[in-house]
Design a protein around this ligand. Sequence first.
Ligand SMILES: *Cc1c(COP(=O)(O)O)cnc(C)c1O
Length: 340
Amino acid sequence: MDKANLDWQNIGFGYIQTEERYVANYKNGAWDKGALTKDATVVLSECAGVLQYAQTIFEGLKAYTTKNGDVVTFRPDLNAKRLNDSARRMEMPVIPEEQFLEGVRQVVNGNRAYVPPFGSGATLYLRPYMFGSNPVIGVKPADEYQFRIFATPVGPYFKGGAKPITIRVCDYDRAAPNGTGHIKAGLNYAMSLHAIVEAHELGYDENMYLDAKTRTKVEETGGANFIFITKDNKVVTPKSSTILPSITRKSLLYVAKEYLGLEVEEREVDVEELKDFAECGLCGTAAVISPVGKIVNHGEEIVFPSGMDQMGKVTQKLYDTLTGIQMGEIEAPKGWIYVI
Ligand SMILES: *Cc1c(COP(=O)(O)O)cnc(C)c1O
């Protein structure tokens, strides 16, 4: 199939409508078979559960072209499992993992023209999501749901190299103890919008959220987990039941241990400890790792030794190894690369 006529380097990270999307409906206790459609709109009752009580969850993953020309996705089985963890917490129906993967396969196949070529740095971002679709006015879960996956091409996250970002320690809370911080629900993003707009107005790129109970432990940002590198090259990541378990982070910890021979610690990270780390990064599907150069904690500036010009050395190694695995330049662990 001919590639779409897009300037892959400069498409940015926005919605570009593509040809096909996958839709499956849940009714009377069962999912239908699901199919592709060219209709990019959703028509709903004015009283749909998602519109009244925000019963919606989502995932994010990428399809891309590897060195040998395969079109692949990275660990989509983990997205399927995580979507179902989210569904259970939100009293929504789980979707069979095979159906999720079949939807991913169909959407990527239906939009092959939009899968960027190897080496462009661009990818085809896939957005699976599910929402309550029938009218709900008394507060309760919907009875009917729609599961959809659309695809939109996104440009290279870092054009001209990854520049370290500056973040602030945020006074708003992201997730309550025993709340919904560990699932990928739209509601977690809705309530983070005010905090991120405020952070941007004050000149920060991102918010660092602390645990809501004690406000002493590092959690995550609005949409990415933290990794820290100690001065003796250990990889440290916050352990908490209220952060979203990032697939990128899980993969990076494995790469650190098994490919780079680094020691890995998943443990509580006190905010007072930040000044002792050598490097800091944010991890998530979109950027893989964004380097953090500076954290501002109520006027106290912590500048990591890696500085404001480039990614830290260990962070860079982690980034290069994981992206090498994703792109087929380094042998992947079994099951990580799903060829479409
Ligand atoms: C999606 C998400 C992440 C990153 O997860 P990946 O699986 O690595 O993309 C981190 N934090 C939050 C709150 C998220 O929603």
